[in-house]
Design a protein around this ligand. Structure first.
Ligand code: BGC
Length: 269
């Protein structure tokens, strides 16, 4: 009995695998859930094109197999957390703005659980990044509303309140000046339109001040690849809300995926 209790305790916050499905790469790592960091290097394969459910599931299985073969890998029957760049409700995909449309209405949880032969839960990519930032990054210990906005191929968002995630906030699709915001103000849109950082910061100012007006958050955290270049655009912006770059950078999705599955399986506090 005492042994069983000890066993249970040692499973809390034990490392788990997190996988981040993106438009260009499928990345994975073993996550130390006490530190919010990867143990060892991450594994990355290009996202297959077309990125249909079957071909993506195949690559996810490859990433998981590679990680599971490591000597310090979590148990081969342990659950795996996965992110996806669309709305995920009860394990089903309900939007596919920047991925193959054949994902729509796919039961991604069931599909990956069957393919991997171990429990899988899928969470929106920005939600995962938000969870990671709230626990281990720029949002740690912040009370009230924290909005994590990721600037990448699209614009993703995570709504955090008192450290808890309110899932599937799709604030990248707010309509601003007659356009779906992400089609003008994502990092990819900046490159496509050849905008300087200063020109881009005007679009971001418009976007963030609208979101600020709607939600009055305590803090904005800017994630996605260009959070590394925050010095180029944040100083040009004027908001009443503090705005800071994400701290977990490239690994936020992987770490957040592992946090989510650990919380769902009561393997983390
Ligand atoms: C999707 C979101 C996703 C974001 C970032 C948007 O187009 O609608 O679900 O989080 O892109 O990948």
């Amino acid at each position: 009995m005492i042994l069983a209790k000890k066993d249970e305790k040692s499973k809390k916050n034990a490392p788990l695998i997190g996988i981040d499905i993106g438009g260009t790469g499928i990345k994975g790592g073993i996550v130390d859930l006490k530190k919010g960091k990867l143990i060892g290097d991450r594994v990355r394969f290009p996202t297959p094109q077309p990125s249909t459910p079957e071909s993506v599931a195949e690559v996810v299985a490859q990433v998981v197999a590679e990680l599971t073969a490591r000597p310090d890998a979590p148990d081969a029957s342990s659950p795996v957390g996965v992110t996806f760049p669309g709305i995920i409700q009860h394990g089903v995909v309900h939007s596919a703005a920047n991925v193959d449309k054949s994902w729509l209405e796919a039961d991604i949880d069931a599909m990956l659980t069957a393919r991997l032969g171990r429990p899988v839960e899928v969470i929106n990519d920005a939600d995962a990044a938000g969870l990671a930032e709230a626990r281990f990054g720029a949002g740690e210990g912040v009370a009230g509303t924290v909005l994590v906005i990721t600037l990448g191929t699209g614009i993703g968002s995570a709504f955090i309140f008192d450290g808890k995630l309110v899932p599937n906030a799709e604030l990248g699709h707010l309509e601003i000046d007659g356009f779906d915001a992400e089609t003008k103000a994502s990092a990819v849109a900046r490159e496509r339109d050849g905008l300087s950082w200063e020109q881009y910061s005007v679009l971001l100012q418009r976007y963030f001040s609208h979101v600020e007006f709607l939600f009055s958050p305590e803090l904005f955290i800017v994630g996605g690849g260009i959070s590394k270049r925050a010095d180029e655009y944040l100083p040009h912006m004027k908001l009443r809300t503090p705005i800071v770059p994400a701290e977990l950078k490239n690994d936020a999705g992987i770490v957040g995926a592992a946090i989510e599955i650990a919380l769902k399986h009561k393997l983390a506090k």
